[in-house]
Design a binder for this molecule. Structure first.
Ligand code: FES
Length: 347
């Protein structure tokens, strides 16, 4: 039955399921209701520093309870366009069960295409969130654990510590790197010091303190967790490999266009079923059509959204205003979008 419904909706209504066709009607009663998304209401926005915000969300009741360390994709509407970014939840499952709330701690960028809008969200407005995702989870299998965080990579550790019982036997030492005076949520870490007798932390910065390796007690590390930029992950991976310490990691990857934007180039697009090679000189829709790749579309000019799909990775250019996306998840319209790097799409 589900397959029949999907067939009808794909072929007659250009939506992935029939409920998507009724989206505008349902949104009159349920703001921000979207097929395939959960809703969450903005319950608090707090400025933590010049470039960091804490956003508190109340997910709708049917949202599954997360495990500390997992992340979600947050989707907001910007000038009629849905834009998504992935953030780790900075609070534990215990808080969700007790209050119905989750926190996101977000680094903002003045010139970013997403985060500057977050501070302007109205209280009680609705946004969309995904299921909690990810396997960066602290299951307390080891007696002595080292956490290594870089910048906003502190957020999963805040959630993990939030969920730890005060009588935990696990000894945890956190090494937290950030630019001088830019460490986030230090007052929360200080509260954990009082609540968790076996927890300790150090605030470090690269220019003054150098590499993390001299702060790790190898004999007191049964397991190593790292969350931060890619270089930090590579260093930690090498360190653990040579000492045979199990490592779990979550890292952010910065991708930049590899070719000058005016230079003709070809890029690989990874799709649900196989890969395609496309030129950066035409829209993705035209490229797919010229290679007989079946794609749902309508107006061909960025109005009807029928060619919309999820970009999971890679950078694209919006042909209407030349705006470059960043590397994270985002809904794009194939008819007005060109590839700027290799891409991963969910059609
Ligand atoms: S086909 Fe209408 S927006 Fe792309």
């Amino acid at each position: 039955m589900q397959n029949i419904s999907r067939f009808i909706s794909n072929n007659l209504f250009h939506h992935r399921d029939l409920s998507g066709y009724f989206e505008p009607v349902i949104q009159v009663f349920k703001p921000a209701w979207r097929s395939g998304f959960f809703r969450a209401q903005v319950k608090g926005i707090r400025v933590l520093s010049e470039n960091a915000l804490k956003i508190t969300l109340k997910p709708e009741g049917k949202w599954p309870i997360h495990t500390a360390g997992q992340h979600i994709s947050l989707t907001i509407e910007q000038h009629g366009r849905l834009v998504s970014r992935v953030f780790t939840i900075a609070s534990g499952a215990k808080k969700l069960k007790e209050t119905g709330l989750i926190d996101l701690v977000i680094r903002t960028h003045d010139k970013g295409s997403f985060t500057p809008y977050l501070g302007k969200l109205a209280l009680n407005c609705w946004v969309n969130i995904s299921n909690p995702i990810g396997e960066f989870i602290f299951d307390q299998q080891s007696n002595h654990t080292t956490f290594l965080a870089g910048g906003s990579g502190i957020t999963p550790f805040i959630a993990m510590l939030d969920d730890l019982q005060a009588n935990t036997q696990n000894h945890i030492h956190l090494l937290y790197y950030a630019k001088p005076n830019a460490h986030l949520m230090v007052e929360v870490l200080e509260k954990y010091l009082t609540r968790l007798p076996n927890f300790s932390f150090e605030l470090l910065n690269r220019s003054e303190h150098g590499a993390f390796t001299k702060y790790v007690s190898v004999e007191h590390t049964d397991e190593f967790f790292v969350c931060g930029p890619e270089e930090m992950f590579f260093e930690a991976e090498e360190f653990c490999k040579s000492r045979q310490i199990p490592i779990r990691a979550e890292h952010f990857q910065a991708i930049k266009p590899t070719k000058s934007l005016n230079e003709a180039a070809r890029f690989t697009v990874k799709l649900n079923h196989g890969d395609l090679e496309v030129s950066n000189q035409d829209s993705l829709l035209s490229e797919f059509q010229s290679q007989n790749k079946p794609v749902i579309y309508g107006c061909g000019m960025g109005i009807c959204h029928q060619c919309q799909c999820l970009k999971k990775k890679g950078i694209v250019r919006d042909m209407r205003d030349g705006r470059l996306s960043d590397n994270s998840e985002e809904l794009i319209q194939l008819c007005v979008t060109q590839a700027v790097t290799d891409l991963e799409l969910e059609l």
